[in-house]
Ligand binder design. Structure first.
Ligand code: HAM
Length: 417
């Protein structure tokens, strides 16, 4: 085993698998770009308080954050998720509203690594700030839905809930707290002691004891105020209009504390239940204020790239697109390949060559392995006559002689045949 390995819980993504990453990110960029979202690139680390402010009672912030002191004594943290960073950036720069942003970026969580759960994972996300219109919720959910469709996933489930707002949630929390306190002894050890801090976290607990107790717990949907109920109703109606199928899940609270009103999660049933969340998000109408900005509603989602690709594997869809070159230049003159591959590439043709003065036989072997359709062959004789041979590497292997100065145009023509 080599002396150095990638750190526990991280992965190297290499070709050919990385071609799927490229394609997935491109599909996402294209889809959200069509909807008016612009790329945001924010630092991978922030002042630790940015994240503490948004998730003090969550595992993501309390237990799993990679925080450290830099050489200047600043207390920083690697981003555990993307929303806080984008909202912090908006509050700092105040671009005009509505502000519609997307990102493709790593996030860091010190979790117990397993398939589909990593210490560095990557999210495709959007954040839309400046409107609490329910149609925006529908737009955002439909964008994620569209991406799953783009890659050919069939079995994705969309779970939907509303968590109310500052007006109606306190009444609900009181009822939930009362119920959980009555059942305290039946809860898991961790949650016995955490009811007061944030009772919603108990609804998120996957341990059997908590699941049993919370099955009968009061539900937020029954406590929504008129405005939140109307908002939620319009979200459901809009999703119906767009044929986005959803299931109401009154216990869905998600792992971060900033959510208000609409919350949602996408699950891939083909994956293990602990890691089948392939994306999720919701509204966070109070978050900008928590980060020192003016009251500004917002909504977004994050999609885990690794998990989407695992779900694709499980469903047998979205294979790695071919990264093959189109033309391979076989040159035994030691002088022709450099110029020819350069001209081909400048002309938009995917072209490659061998290095290190390999034998003709060895170069043809590489040409076959490259997946190229055509080979351009130059030997001393061809060079003398100012020609190259263009040979098909698939099918009949037919050969043509072409003037060196015309070879790029010739090859371009052959490739569109
Ligand atoms: P999240 O549900 O914590 O939400 O993460 C979003 C997605 O990232 C998950 O659904 C999952 O696919 C993936 N993910 C999370 N943790 C890991 C991990 N350890 N290993 C692999 N994949 C993982 C958020 O982060 C919110 N910022 C989403 C959001 C955006 N809400 C509003 N706007």
């Amino acid at each position: 085993m080599p002396e150095f390995q990638a750190p526990v819980g991280t992965r190297d993504v290499l070709p050919p698998d990385s071609a799927r990453w490229e394609r997935l990110i491109a599909l996402f960029a294209e889809r959200v770009g069509r909807a008016g979202y612009g790329l945001v690139v924010s630092p991978v680390f922030e002042d630790v308080s940015v994240f503490e402010r948004v998730g003090e009672a969550t595992d993501v912030v309390r237990k799993e954050m990679y925080d450290f002191e830099d050489k200047g004594g600043r207390h920083l943290a690697l981003r555990p998720e993307g929303t806080a960073s984008v909202v912090r950036a908006w509050v700092q720069h105040r671009p005009t509203l509505p502000f519609k942003a997307w990102y493709a970026a790593p996030s860091f969580r010190y979790e117990r690594p397993q398939a589909g759960r990593y210490r560095q994972h990557h999210q495709l996300g959007v954040e839309a700030l400046g409107s609490d219109d329910a149609d925006l919720d529908v737009e955002v959910i439909a964008l994620a839905w569209g991406l799953y469709r783009d890659v050919g996933l069939n079995g994705v489930r969309l779970l939907l809930n509303s968590l109310g707002d500052q007006k109606c949630r306190p009444t609900y929390l009181a009822a939930l707290r009362e119920y959980l306190t009555e059942h305290r002894e039946e809860l898991c050890d961790e949650h016995k002691t955490r009811i007061d801090e944030n009772p919603l976290r108990v609804l998120d607990c996957k341990r059997e004891s908590c699941v049993r107790v919370t099955a009968e717990a009061p539900r937020m949907v029954d406590y929504l105020c008129d405005e939140c109920a109307a908002h939620f109703s319009r979200v459901r109606e809009g999703l119906g209009e767009l044929d986005v199928a959803f299931e109401l899940e009154p216990r869905l609270v998600r792992g971060l504390d900033y959510y208000t009103r609409t919350t949602f999660e996408f699950q891939a049933p083909a994956l293990e239940s602990a890691q089948n969340g392939i994306g999720g998000g919701g509204r966070y109408d109070a978050l900008t204020e928590q980060l020192g900005g003016p009251p500004t509603p917002g909504i977004g989602f994050g999609i885990g790239i690794e998990r989407v690709l695992l779900a694709c594997d499980a469903e047998g869809v979205f294979p790695a697109p071919t990264a093959a070159v189109e033309v391979f230049v076989v040159d035994v003159t030691e002088s022709a390949a450099l110029g020819i591959v350069h001209e081909l590439r400048e002309a938009g043709v995917r072209a490659d060559r061998a290095f290190d003065n390999r034998s003709m036989k060895a170069q043809f072997k590489l040409a076959d392995r490259s997946g190229a359709r055509l080979a351009i062959v130059v030997g001393p004789d061809e060079r003398e006559r100012g020609i190259a041979k263009v040979q098909s590497l698939k099918g009949d292997k037919a050969e043509e002689e072409v003037k060196l100065e015309e070879v790029v145009e010739h090859v371009k023509g052959r490739l569109v045949e």
